[in-house]
Design a protein around this ligand. Structure first.
Ligand code: TRP
Length: 370
């Protein structure tokens, strides 16, 4: 429950309030991504992704262990996923883009789970047909990021039950109701699909007999806390995890972009005029109330949604981003000008993404596990 703006809730099914990512590290018991681990990653991969450098991915579990494994034994694999409750928005792409980068750097296999069962259980109005259809739509956006079918496989839970259910059974036998209650706060009227579901989300962690690395939005961490607890009990290595921030809503830094919140979202299929309208009309501005004041005092990039979208995702170039930051802070760059730059960046990205989507539609079957 939220009483004032210092309280927040982050669970796989609810993200609310003013998220304090530092507090979350303590609450969840994860580790901060330190400079020393970034240096180590850079030594191994020869590069460092801007989302890591800028702290968009800020927390982890056992990242050192997966690097140890890689250096001593070789390949691991990567697993991430999406709950197909609606169309893809640009916030969903954050962990997928990092997944792509990690796959290239380490040369490893990727599994992508589409949990249509989960969204059917979790959302009152969802039907199995609607979640299955969204699974296919979401898969198109994933493929459009450039994944290749020879080392990338997509699992739709109801369709690939034969691949996942036997693993899920082994996991489910080691989890009892009080574990689940403690982690998710379920009550007597929670449907039993939800109670079993965490075993399905854990299953792909053990689909190959190698350690796994999971890039995800930090709201998904509770599932894998359970997975990590039971891994030794079924003779497996605990999954390593790398946690990202959630992209904020258009309307402000304290809410996450979410299909269920009106005016909060930019979809991957939005056309240029829609993006322009959404940014101009809804993107919360850190600028001053009039031009004179703005020139005098400057804007505040840390609460400015246009700036944050550039920082988190749409402006990979550090020098350009720094100039925007400094010009905005000094008052040289106006809020309207910053918005125009952001609209252009988003539309450039979406125009090529939308072309890649068209190609992806034809190839989708190549990624599906038979
Ligand atoms: N539960 C996730 C969601 O609601 C989807 C998901 C399934 C997932 N498997 C995953 C996310 C693995 C991250 C990693 O979006």
């Amino acid at each position: 429950m939220i009483h004032d703006n210092t309280e927040f809730t982050v669970t796989p099914w609810k993200v609310e309030g003013n998220i304090d990512y530092n507090k979350l590290i303590n609450q969840f018991g994860t580790e901060r991504i330190s400079n020393s681990i970034l240096n180590r990653l850079e030594k191994v991969t020869g590069d460092i992704h801007f989302m890591l450098k800028r702290g968009v991915f800020f927390s982890h579990r056992d990242l050192n262990k997966i690097l140890d494994w890689y250096e001593n034994n070789g390949k691991f694999f990567i697993y991430t996923g999406r709950g197909p409750s609606g169309n893809t928005h640009v916030g969903h792409l954050i962990p997928w883009v990092l997944t792509k980068w990690l796959q290239e750097k380490f040369g490893v296999n990727v599994y992508f789970q589409l949990s249509d069962d989960e969204k059917f259980f979790a959302n009152k109005d969802a039907t199995l047909k609607s979640t299955y259809q969204f699974a296919y739509k979401n898969a198109i956006d994933f493929i459009a990021l450039g994944f290749k079918p020879d080392n990338t496989k997509i699992l739709i839970n109801t369709k690939n039950a034969n691949n996942l259910y036997p693993i899920a059974c082994k996991i489910a036998k080691k989890i009892n109701l009080s574990n689940i209650r403690a982690v998710f706060g379920f009550t007597n009227d929670t449907n039993i699909g939800m109670i079993f579901y965490t075993a399905m989300q854990s299953a792909p962690c053990f689909i190959e007999d190698k350690p796994v690395l999971i890039p995800l939005g930090i709201d998904q961490d509770p599932h894998f806390r359970i997975t990590r607890d039971i891994a030794p009990k079924i003779g497996k290595i605990k999954p390593s995890i790398i946690h990202g921030m959630m992209m904020p809503s258009l309307t402000g830094i304290n809410t996450k972009m979410s299909t269920s919140i009106k005016n909060s979202v930019i979809y991957t299929t939005d056309i240029p005029n829609i993006v322009k309208k959404k940014i101009n009309k809804y993107a919360f501005s850190g600028g001053q109330s009039d031009i004179k004041l703005h020139r005098e005092k400057g804007g505040n990039p840390s609460i400015d949604i246009a700036y944050q979208y550039l920082r988190m995702f749409f402006e990979p170039n550090d020098m350009k981003l720094k100039k925007i930051h400094d010009d905005y802070t000094s008052g040289k760059l106006l809020s309207g000008e910053l918005k125009q730059m952001t609209i252009k960046k988003i539309n450039d990205f979406l125009s090529s993404h939308q072309k890649n989507r068209e190609k992806a539609i034809e190839k989708i079957d190549e990624y599906m596990i038979k």
